[in-house]
Design a protein around this ligand. Structure first.
Ligand SMILES: [Zn+2]
Length: 321
């Protein structure tokens, strides 16, 4: 995105009928802006860095205690995506979540050992092929990791921050609450692998939601570029500082990228919560999202591991708001 490139333009010579080909260099993002008029967002895409199987109780709903199902469940779901959302915004390329690092399946020391290792092993099974890295995924969309202007991470679990080693040129946005939670004791037991997060050379921006008046029932949020098109909303529950991102595009359905607030947009719409996380926070966040949908007809909820997400995004793009 926003790479310079030659544009061949045909013009008629004032002297006669001969056509002259002019080789002019334009910024491709200017062309995007021209074609989308007052919409700063040219395109929203999704790519997946491999796949993950989780326990059906993890997807929920379940009445079982998390530790009970984690210790006893014998079933895995079918493979689910590990989604990265790619937003071509006039001010720069934005990612929502960064996927899972392929090193997590090739490096035996990526995950902690001991009791924590057993928990990680019981929680999820990952498969990440050679072609399923963030860089390769971005390349299929015509982008390089160095094109990324801003990467928002919904939360700091390893399947959302795995692209960080490739994003030294980007600003990494996380909630202040999530950052503080990561710094508290027993981080690894709570899913925060600090050695893979606090990498040298990364530019972090920790945001605290501020009062906003156009995203009710949410009272607070963070307007990423100050134009109202990308607004971060606090949806705690999966982790204390989990964020969602509202994407508003004139003439097209609004999107809400929710990370791991749900694993199934249909369950969220029915008011159901997943089997992991703080249940009262999850219930509140799910109710807030459904109330937001009442105010924003056509709001499409896109989760990180919902097998239906790519199809939901495609239909949201084809339906005018
Ligand atoms: Zn996840």
């Amino acid at each position: 995105m926003c790479q310079s490139g030659p544009v061949l333009t045909s013009i008629r010579s004032p002297a006669g009928s001969a056509l002259t080909i002019v080789d002019t260099t334009y910024m491709s993002c200017n062309l995007i802006a021209m074609t989308h008029d007052n919409d700063p967002i040219a395109n929203v895409s999704v790519l997946s860095t491999g796949s993950v199987r989780i326990r059906p109780e993890h997807v929920g709903p379940t009445r079982k205690n998390t530790y009970v199902w984690l210790a006893t469940s014998r079933r895995w779901t079918a493979p689910r995506p590990i989604n990265v959302y790619v937003i071509e915004h006039r001010d720069g390329l934005v990612l929502f979540d960064t996927g899972q690092d392929r090193a997590s399946v090739t490096d035996p020391d990526y995950f902690p050992g001991g009791v924590n290792g057993v928990i990680y092993d019981r929680l999820a099974r990952f498969e990440i092929g050679r072609e399923e890295t963030l860089s390769r995924g971005l390349a299929t969309l015509g982008h390089r990791p160095s094109d990324v202007h801003t990467a928002v991470v919904s939360h700091l679990h390893q399947d959302h921050m795995g692209g960080l080693p490739e994003l030294a040129g980007a600003e990494i946005v996380v909630s202040e609450e999530e950052w503080r939670s990561m710094r508290r004791p027993l981080a690894a037991a709570r899913g925060f692998l600090r050695d893979h997060i606090e990498l040298p050379g990364l530019r972090w921006r920790r945001v605290t939601p501020e009062p906003l008046d156009d995203v009710a029932p949410f009272a607070d949020g963070h307007d990423l570029f100050g134009d109202g098109s990308l607004v971060l909303l606090p949806t705690p529950g999966h982790t204390p500082g989990s964020l969602s991102m509202l994407v508003r595009r004139p003439g097209r359905a609004p999107l809400l990228l929710v990370g791991d607030l749900t694993y199934d947009a249909g369950l969220l719409a029915a008011g159901e919560i997943p089997g992991v996380g703080n249940k009262s926070q999850l219930r509140r966040a799910v109710a807030d999202v459904n109330a937001l949908r009442d105010r924003l007809p056509g709001l499409t909820v896109l989760a990180a591991h919902d097998p239906a997400a790519a199809e939901l995004l495609a239909s949201a793009d084809s339906v005018a708001a």
